[in-house]
Design a protein around this ligand. Sequence first.
Ligand SMILES: Nc1ncnc2c1ncn2[C@@H]1O[C@H](COP(=O)(O)OP(=O)(O)OP(=O)(O)O)[C@@H](O)[C@H]1O
Length: 523
Amino acid sequence: MNLAPATVLQQGKYKINATLGIGGFGITYRAIHTHLNQTVVLKTLNESLRQHPESAQFQQQFIAEAQRRSRCQHFNIVRVIDFFEEAGQSFIAMDYIPGQTLAQIVETDQPLSEAQALHYIRQIASAVSTVHHSGLLHGNINPENIIRRADSHVVMLIDFGIARGFTAGTKQTHTNLLSPGYAPLEQYLYDGKCTPATDIYAIAATLYYLLSGVAPVAAPLRDRIPLTELRQFQPNLSPRIERAILQGLEIDPHNRPQTVENWLTMLQETERVSVKRKGKQSLRLPAPPPPQLTFLAFLVTAAIAGWMGFDLAWHYNSTSLSNRPKIESFPSLEDLLKSRDLSGPMFGQPSVESSPLYPIELNKLPKPSLDSTNIPEQIDDPSETSAQPSESPSQETPAPEPEAEPEPSPTPEPAEEPSESPIPEPQTEIEPAPQPEAAPVPEVAPLPAEPPAAPAPPAPESASAETLPPSESAPPVIASPIERSPEPAIPSSSANNSDSSIAPDSPPPVADPTMPFPEPATN
Ligand SMILES: Nc1ncnc2c1ncn2[C@@H]1O[C@H](COP(=O)(O)OP(=O)(O)OP(=O)(O)O)[C@@H](O)[C@H]1O
């Protein structure tokens, strides 16, 4: 008999909210964990199994299932948080997962894209792998037993109704619990031996459904009714994905991949190929600029560098000539230079802006001496320092070797605060500049440019927000082919588990939390 809403269990610890479903194995309730004020799911054997002559055996299986399920901890497997017996019934309490089943999503939104379907199926495959590594078979994987969490792209395997051990090769006995289209032939046979390949069939069938919107033909009928080609639903489907699905859907279990890892590898190979293809395409995209453009860029850069040097020279001369009457007309640089004593270095302290002048104007001049006794007049001329107190001292302090310059400067030394100054120290850029003869224009032009970036580390073969990280016991995970980057990110694992905080944390996430898909509808 069904428990009515508001029924309390465990002395008020749980309060039934609603019946979520009655299946061939159990009844599922939504309830409130009153102590924690958390929504949970309670599952118990259904009435028919409780009245069954072998009900004691079913009860034992149910308890064993609860114990096994609690061993299967995985980010994409719903957590079992409690087990109790009341009024002769056994109950499993688990996290409530708000969201929609994949069946509901496909029914309302049509088949999924290849990338999206793969993203979901990889999470499930990883979860099933953990089930297998725990010595269990799931036995009932299908789109109705997978819930996509609301507001995320995380999918959860919820139903373990007929999960069982497979160590000795489980024999299927309850064909009424099967999901047509997702159950392989061995599950229909009374003495059919179930192995991990049984679940692989169901995973491949689920992927087939996600991509097509229809379940594969039920296994017992496939000798008469062929599978509809997936390309009819997805014309651009990767051939290898199709191959992986068909291989997983082989009628003879020996012809399927024997482990989830093997099947995942087939998908991964597909992704590697598609990543390589995309990589080749993207390599073609940034074609080198045409020679005219390069020349134009050189001209512009040279003009900017020349202007900067000219501007600096103008500043320099206007400071040193501050006693002269105001210049009416714009003097040429040549005039300015002629009017100055050029025996000393042109600039007190080399800077990015000063260097372009060397090859232009100083080629004919004696090489500037680095001797500190040859310091030009600016520093000795009090009128200059007082006349332009706000000028940057870096241009007025004659320090041929700035690294060794102990003179205090009102401007913080860049070297002392490297983290605050994204611009590299000019000294390192300028050091070769005091050799004017060896500084042809083309070498000076790049100075205004940004410092050379550190060499980027080699990109991983399947770099992406889409990479499926490994779980503790999960198989090698695979990279995602999804590359639509500007999409919303999936919440982190901790955030995803925030709706249930009763049991300890689940293992680390295996799903990439930065999946770029359109935001799913909130339930
Ligand atoms: N942890 C959960 N969080 C949210 N909804 C759930 C959860 N578990 C099951 N449901 C929902 O409850 C309903 C019944 O699900 P469930 O798969 O447990 O039972 P069933 O398939 O009806 O029966 P059986 O277990 O015998 O196959 C479904 O709509 C399912 O989406």
